[in-house]
Write a new protein. Structure first.
Length: 108
């Protein structure tokens, strides 16, 4: 499993974890954030390894589909990059440029 996938799922979980059931959230959190194996999660949650995998796959689908519709995590990341750029180059920008850039980014 790639580190980028772990980070992406962790970010989506931060944004949309409230849409998951408590059990779905726990399985995804233990797998991606706590780096537990399917067997360890199965033992912890008292379900089968297959049940854990199924729960994680369904949860991932919910997280990805929600992001596909709302793009909150993507837009948050774009705003973070923009703010970091402004901070690194603050002498080059005036407040009007910053406001206009943020307004463009926030347009839906």
């Amino acid at each position: 499993m790639s580190k980028n996938l772990n980070i992406k799922i962790s970010i989506l979980l931060d944004f949309y974890g409230g849409l998951l059931t408590e059990k779905q959230y726990e399985a995804v959190d233990l797998y991606y954030n706590e780096d537990l194996s399917l067997s360890e999660i199965a033992e912890h949650t008292d379900i089968t390894r297959y049940g854990v995998r199924d729960r994680i796959v369904k949860s991932e689908k919910i997280l990805y589909e929600t992001e596909e519709k709302l793009h909150l995590a993507e837009r948050f990341n774009e705003m973070k990059i923009l703010i970091d750029n402004f901070e690194k180059n603050k002498d080059k920008y005036n407040i009007d440029e910053i406001i206009n850039s943020v307004k463009e980014l926030l347009e839906v």
